[in-house]
Design a protein around this ligand. Structure first.
Ligand SMILES: [Zn+2]
Ligand SMILES: [Zn+2]
Length: 742
C-alpha cells in the first residue's frame, strides 16, 4: 500500500522537498516529492514506515502547512525516493512566495565553526533561511529569477546545491566567500576596507559616535551607538526627526532584557524567523534619552543576518540604533545609486542587488495579542486566507499615510510591504512599482481598483488613472468602513459592530471622521460617533493640539492659553485670532481627542511625528491611576467630549498629570465600549471589534475588550493585518468583496 499526500501552505522555497527527501529515506520509503502548480507539494510514498514519516512531516521546520490531503493508493513499484522536477508553469494565481527569513541556528553554528568553509562568511544561508521576497524578480523561485543570478556558484557550492541530502539542495541563495556577494566599507567615496575588515572598521566607526549606513536585506539602515546622546542627537538633527522613536538592535535576548520587560509572547516574536522590531516596555532609561524620548516603550530587534552577528562581534556595546536611512516619508533606500540621498559618515555595503525594498516589520503586544504596526520583512508576501471568494481580482491602494497595497484573488489576500506616505513623489512611484511587481508575481489581473473616499489622496487619483487607462472599475471606500471590513475579513465574521478609532478619515458627510461606531456585515452603516468638535485651522490643529483645547473649551481657556503662548508660532496674536474663530472643519476623531487631552495636560504641545501627542499621553497614563470618577456622557448616538475636557481643566492643579491622563483614556474607552454594546444590542449582533490607529493604545483596547466580554459578547482586534492605516487596503478589498461582487 502507498500514500499520496498533497500539502498546501508555505511549502515551497524553504527547503521543504529536501526535508521530505531526507525523512523519506530515513524511514525506508520509496516514491517521489514534487512541486505542482499552485503552491501545492505532492508526495507519494510506499514500502516503509509511513506512520512515522507522516508524524515527522507534520513537524516540518518553518513550513506552515495549511492543508494536508492524505489518500491511500495502490503500490506503484518505485525503486527509490526521488525529488522530481517541478510540473506546471506555476501560472495559477496565489502561488506562495516565501518571505525573507532570519539566519537559522544551523547556519549560525557553521558561521562560527573554524573548520567550516563558510567560517565568518557574512551571507551564509541555506534552504531554511536567508532573503527571498526581496531578491525574487519572478516565479518560479529559481536562481536565475533572483538577484543571486550574478554570482556563479563555485564547485563546492554547486555540489551542495545539487545534492538532495544536503541542506543547501536547491538553496537559491547558496554562496560562500569564494563565489558569493562581497562586503565593502566606503568612506569619502572610496572603498577603504573589504571583507571582515570592513565590518570591523564599521564597528569602530559606530563606537566613535559616527553614523554608519548599512545595506541589509530590504534596504539601507543607519546605525549609531544607542548609548551616546551625541551620536543619537546628531542623527536626529540630520534627519529632521526631533523625537520620533528609533528602533534599536541588541546583541541578544539577554541584552534586550536589560533594557525592557519581555513576556512570553514578546520573546516569541523577537526570536521568530521574521525577527520584527518588537515594541516593549522600557526598563528605566538605560540607553540615550534621545532614543525614544517621552515614551514608556522602545522598539527592539535581534540580529537577523550573519552580517549583524559579525558586527556585534566587533562591537563592545550591546545596542545600536538601527533605523531606515531614508528621510521621513520617503521610501527605504536600496541601491548604491541612491547612496547620495543618505547622510552618513561611511557605508557598509554588499554587492547583491535588492529587487524589492522592504522595511523592518514592527509589532506590539496589545491586549495580550500580536498587533502589527508594520507588516513587512519576514511576513510579506505570505497571503492571508479570507472567507470571501473573489471571482474578480481586486487591487486596493490604501489611503495616504502608512500605506500598503493589497491584491485579492480567489480566497486569498496578498498584502504588500509597508510603503509609506504617498503624498511624497518617490513613495508613490514605489507604490506603483510594487503594484506591478506583485501583480506579475502572483498572476493577478485586477478588474476592480479600490481606493479611499477622499478624492484628494494621490492613491485615489492613481485609481482613477488606472481605470481610465485599463478600463477597470473604481470603488471608493469610506476610511472607517475599510477599517471595519479589515476586522471582519481577518476573522471571517458575518457581521460585527466595529469601533473604528484613528486620526482622520474623510467622512460620508465630508467631515473629518475618526471616532466611529460602525455596523459591518451585509452592508456598512455609521451607528454612532464621538460628537463633532471644531478643528480650528484644520490641519494646523493636528500639529498644534492646543488648538483642539481652544476649539472645545473656548473663551474659558484664553488666559490659560496665553500662559502657553510660546507653544504658538505667532504667540499671543495667534491666540487672539483663534479665540475669534469657531472652526469650519469639524471632527469626531478619537486621535484628536487624545491629542487635545495631551496638550491640556502639558504633555505635548507640538506634533513632530504622526501620533506623538497621543502616544505620549499613553506613556504618561501608564504610570497613572483613576483620579476623577466620570461616567460616560452619551447623548443619542454621540459621545460627548466637552464635559471631560472641562472636568480635567478644572482639576489640573488637584491631581497628578499621570492620573488625569489615565482618567481621560478610561473615559473614552468606557464611552466607546458602552455605545458599541448598546448598538450591538439593538442590532442583535454578537461581535464587537476595534480597529484604527488608536487601537494600538494597549490601555484603550484592553479596557474595551474587558467590558465587551463582560457583556457576554465576542471581542475582536486585528492580529494579522495592521489595525492602523497599513491595514486599510486589505479592508478596502474586503469591502469590495462584500458589497459589489457575489
Ligand atoms: Zn540556514
Ligand atoms: Zn561557493
Amino acid at each position: 500500500m502507498g500514500v499520496l499526500i498533497k500539502t498546501k501552505g508555505l511549502v515551497q522555497g524553504i527547503g521543504f522537498r529536501p526535508f521530505v527527501y531526507r525523512i523519506a529515506v530515513k524511514h525506508g520509503l520509496k516514491g517521489y516529492v514534487r512541486n505542482v502548480g499552485d503552491g501545492t507539494v505532492e508526495i507519494f510514498v510506499e514500502g516503509g514506515n509511513i506512520e512515522s514519516f507522516l508524524k515527522e512531516l507534520r513537524n516540518a521546520p518553518l513550513s506552515q502547512i495549511e492543508k494536508m490531503d492524505i489518500r491511500e493508493e495502490k503500490d506503484r513499484g518505485y525503486e527509490d525516493f526521488v525529488i522530481e522536477k517541478s510540473t506546471g508553469e506555476r501560472k495559477e494565481k496565489g502561488a506562495i512566495v516565501p518571505p525573507d527569513i532570519a539566519i537559522c541556528d544551523e547556519c549560525l553554528r557553521e558561521m562560527y565553526d573554524r573548520n567550516n568553509r563558510r567560517y565568518r562568511y557574512f551571507f551564509i544561508t541555506c534552504t531554511h533561511c536567508g532573503p527571498r521576497y526581496t531578491i525574487i524578480r519572478k516565479l518560479p523561485y529559481d536562481r536565475e529569477n533572483t538577484t543571486m543570478d550574478e554570482f556563479a556558484m563555485c564547485e563546492d557550492c554547486e555540489r551542495e546545491y545539487k545534492n538532495p541530502v544536503d541542506r543547501r539542495y536547491h538553496a537559491q541563495t547558496v554562496a560562500c566567500g569564494e563565489c558569493g556577494p562581497e562586503i565593502f566599507l566606503i568612506k569619502d567615496n572610496a572603498i577603504i576596507e573589504k571583507g571582515e575588515e570592513a565590518i570591523r572598521r564599521a564597528a569602530k566607526e559606530i563606537e566613535q559616535g559616527h553614523i554608519v549606513a548599512i545595506k541589509g536585506i530590504g534596504g539601507f539602515h543607519l546605525a549609531v551607538d544607542a548609548q551616546s546622546d551625541k551620536a543619537v542627537g546628531r542623527l536626529r538633527e540630520m534627519y529632521g526627526r526631533p523625537s520620533q522613536p528609533f528602533a534599536v538592535m541588541v546583541r541578544d535576548i539577554d541584552s534586550a532584557e536589560r533594557i525592557a520587560y519581555i513576556d512570553d509572547l514578546e520573546k516569541k516574536l523577537l526570536t521568530s524567523f521574521s525577527r520584527p522590531i518588537v515594541v516593549l516596555r522600557k526598563k528605566g532609561e538605560k540607553l540615550s534619552r534621545f532614543v525614544s524620548p517621552g515614551l514608556h516603550t522602545i522598539g527592539v530587534m535581534l540580529p537577523y543576518t550573519g552580517l549583524h552577528y559579525l558586527l556585534f562581534d566587533h562591537l563592545e556595546i550591546d545596542a545600536i540604533v538601527m533605523t531606515s536611512a531614508n528621510h521621513p516619508g520617503n521610501p527605504i533606500l536600496k541601491d548604491e545609486k541612491e547612496m547620495n540621498k543618505i547622510d552618513a559618515d561611511c557605508f557598509l555595503i554588499h554587492n547583491r542587488k535588492i529587487h524589492q525594498r522592504c522595511d523592518d516589520s514592527v509589532v506590539r503586544a496589545v491586549n495580550g495579542r500580536v498587533s502589527f504596526l508594520r507588516r513587512s520583512r519576514g511576513y510579506v508576501p505570505l497571503p492571508l486566507n479570507v472567507h470571501i471568494n473573489f471571482k474578480r481580482d481586486v487591487a486596493a491602494l490604501g489611503p495616504e499615510l502608512d500605506v500598503t497595497i493589497c491584491l485579492l484573488t480567489g480566497n486569498k489576500a496578498i498584502l504588500s510591504q509597508y510603503i509609506g506616505n504617498t503624498s511624497k513623489y518617490d513613495t508613490l512611484e514605489y507604490l506603483k512599482d510594487c503594484l506591478q511587481h506583485l501583480c506579475r508575481l502572483f498572476g493577478v489581473e485586477p478588474s476592480v481598483i479600490a481606493c479611499d473616499l477622499n478624492p484628494a489622496f494621490e492613491t485615489s487619483q492613481l485609481a482613477r488613472e488606472i481605470a481610465e487607462e485599463k478600463g477597470t472599475e473604481v470603488i471608493e471606500v469610506q476610511h472607517h468602513f475599510a477599517h471595519a471590513a479589515s476586522l471582519i475579513g481577518e476573522h471571517g465574521l458575518d457581521e460585527s459592530i466595529c469601533i473604528a478609532v484613528d486620526g482622520y478619515g474623510y467622512g460620508l458627510d465630508g467631515q473629518a471622521w475618526g471616532g466611529e461606531i460602525i455596523y459591518a456585515g451585509r452592508d456598512f452603516k455609521r451607528m454612532g460617533h464621538i460628537e463633532y468638535f471644531p478643528l480650528i485651522g484644520g490641519d494646523r490643529a493636528t500639529y498644534y493640539p492646543l488648538r483642539v483645547v481652544a476649539g472645545i473649551l473656548g473663551k474659558k481657556v484664553e488666559d490659560w492659553l496665553i500662559e502657553r503662548k510660546n507653544s504658538f508660532p505667532h504667540g499671543e496674536k495667534e491666540i487672539e485670532v483663534i479665540m475669534k474663530q469657531r472652526g469650519d472643519i469639524l471632527t469626531s476623531s478619537c486621535g484628536r481627542f487624545l491629542d487635545g487631552i495631551s496638550a491640556l495636560l502639558d504633555i505635548c504641545h507640538y506634533r513632530s511625528y504622526e501620533g506623538e501627542p497621543a502616544m505620549k499621553l499613553e506613556a504618561a497614563a501608564a504610570s497613572g491611576r483613576e483620579a476623577l470618577d466620570i461616567e460616560p456622557v452619551i447623548k443619542g448616538d454621540k459621545i460627548m467630549v466637552k464635559e471631560i475636557f472641562e472636568e480635567i481643566f478644572e482639576n489640573l492643579k488637584r491631581y497628578r498629570r499621570e492620573d488625569l491622563a489615565f482618567t481621560a483614556q478610561k473615559y473614552i474607552a468606557t464611552s466607546l465600549a458602552e455605545l458599541a454594546i448598546e448598538k450591538a444590542d439593538s442590532e442583535g449582533v454578537k461581535n464587537i471589534g476595534i480597529s484604527g490607529g488608536c487601537a494600538y493604545n494597549d490601555f484603550i483596547t484592553t479596557e474595551i475588550a474587558r467590558r465587551v466580554k463582560r457583556e457576554g459578547l465576542n471581542f475582536y482586534q486585528n492580529e494579522k493585518v495592521p489595525c492602523g492605516d497599513g491595514g486599510v487596503s486589505f479592508g478596502q478589498g474586503i469591502y469590495c468583496g462584500i458589497m459589489r461582487m457575489d
